[in-house]
Design a protein around this ligand. Sequence first.
Ligand code: G6P
Length: 368
Amino acid sequence: DAASKGGFEHYMLKEIFEQPEALRNTMRGRLLFADGSAKLAGLDANRLELRNLNRIIITACGTSYYAGMVGEYLIEDLAGVPVEVEYASEFRYRNPIIKPGTLVFVISQSGETADTLAALREAQTKGATVLGICNAVGSTIARESNGGVYLHAGPEIGVASTKAFSSQVTVLAMVALLLGRERRVSAEQGIEFAHAIAKIPEQIEEILKLSDKIREIAKKYVNAHNFLYLGRHYNYPVAMEGALKLKEISYIHAEGYPAAEMKHGPIALIDENMPVVVIAPKDSLFDKVLSNVREIKARGGRIIAVTTEDCTELSDYADDVIYVPKVNSMLMPLITCVPLQLLAYHIAVLRGNDVDQPRNLAKSVTVE
Ligand code: G6P
């Protein structure tokens, strides 16, 4: 058991630390630096559909759904194609509209999630080409989809998904690059983006060095009953995923919110008993998020901020600041997800929970 955990106390921690390697495997041989594009062999048979599509639907459950939300922003930004993201459990039962030119992506780490599989079948029945983004090779979803991309992240044992999330986002970044280069992204922009993707693993290595510091922060919040996670734009899905990680393994109630929506409800909850995790890299929306931070502070809230190394403002307001490397905004989720995984992990361990096998949860939900 200890050997299979590679010296780590839990599979989850091992998998968090495996992310640089997992992402290198996800992108190996797939980034075309000379053309500024991506080569995804599993989509070769679907070239025509990729060229002719005019709308994309991404459907998934749990953490894979949040990766899909990042995918929506990536594909819309780079390729200019409208994308909708939907929970597979909703998609399968609401008679979704599929027209010629609608392409469906299903995302599933296990490739066995019952709702996601049913969504795939529903889309195919309606005539859509369905592409799978799976980790488990030969899984049902991988077999039944019309093409797809494997994560190559290696087996994920911890019930709370970590490296699969970052690998899914990496695949979606490459899909967006591919679609973008066929549409409106120049070779120069593509080359820059491909290099930015390739650099992510070493940047994650830097963040992993913060694990002990994040454990110290976690100690202050072990007895919290509620957490709020805020982020905007590319970091909104990360806020959702960060809150999900905390719920899954620490059993602390947590909500993710787009930061600007705070004033439409969650602000009423803020006091000294409601820690708020704010994901606020120095980007075009930083000043807006900073004003949220000020509002939280004015109401006595405790703030854990995740920001980029070039930020000087947040230390005046936040109780703790976690600094991460600055990358292209479109790839920021690959960076900001990591400290949130570590925060959830350390809080759960400090609470004495079984982080690899949290109560009531299954790694793969194969029943409805
Ligand atoms: C379960 C797992 C989650 C996972 C979700 C979707 O809820 O506990 O970690 O994100 O299923 O799983 P999938 O294998 O389809 O990505």
